[in-house]
Design a protein around this ligand. Sequence first.
Ligand code: SF4
Length: 351
Amino acid sequence: MDKIDIKSLSKEELGLRLEGLGAEAYRSRQIFKWIYVKLAKSFDDMTDIPVGMRDTLKKNFYLTRMTALDSKCSKLDGTTKYLFSLEDGNTIEAVFLPEGKRGTICLSSQVGCKYGCSFCASAPFGFVRNLTTSEILDEVIHVKAAHPKDRITNLVFMGIGEPMDNYSNVLEAIRIFNDPGAFNIGARRITISTCGIIPGIERLQKEGLQVELSVSLHSAKNDVRSSLVPINKKYPVKDLIAACKDYTRNTGRVITFEYVMIKGENSSKADSQALVDLLGCMKCKVNVISYNPVRSYGRTIASNGASIQPSSGDIRCFIDVLKKSGVNVTKRKSKGEEIDAGCGQLRISKF
Ligand code: SF4
């Protein structure tokens, strides 16, 4: 019989498997604590589990730990980017962002991504495969073990991949992140970010989960958004906003719209006014993020030779229009830019 990756199982599934092996189901709680709280690297570490049962575990399950091929730490703000190697030789990145008592991990959900957003470093490699639940959990286990003095308080699925396309594995991982007997991270501190996959938004609102939803909008103008986020041709702005309004109505949760500001493409006064008109009186937040240069792919310079990274003045003017119209808007502080760990800078190749 093939061994099972123990991190692919929920606590209930593990309990049932243990019962089938003649062990007590409650041991699953003990094993969860060893894996996700005490960060055990092997079944032999689980010293309060009887030796005979540890042998049974070894015969029937395996426990993996992802390897970090490399890491880079920002001298400016302590942001640390990890390049992880997966069992099949693929690689992904995750980022740890410490900030006072808060510690956020930006997680990848897929190897590569098929959506080809024009400003994103993950896009040129295309889609390779979904991450398993176990691999998603491993990202957090590794970062938690590497930063024992820091608390992991927030998780954001804003790394490589579209989480709505790996829905089941992402949700399984979230349940374990949220479990008080495992990572114990409140659902409201976990954010799923989507480029606007409407069926995913519709599915998520039926889960009864308190997770945060963030939607990469980047333009209120349909043609501009299609050039930045090509999936807009399938799920246009009008339909996306209608789905978001349904989500808010049905869940009572406030959506955050991400807006990566790219000079000359979506940064004018007319662009901010279009955003005001689109969102109207919708209860939501807008997060404006300055475009992060994706050095390797040559989009730091626009075709007319001008920089496409907006100045702080450009951003202030854009935000002012929104604020004056009563839109709840913030400028997201970009962290880890100099180590290519900012928004849109993660990719699947080596550093
Ligand atoms: S921004 Fe997100 S959805 Fe778009 S290509 Fe990058 S990883 Fe994929």
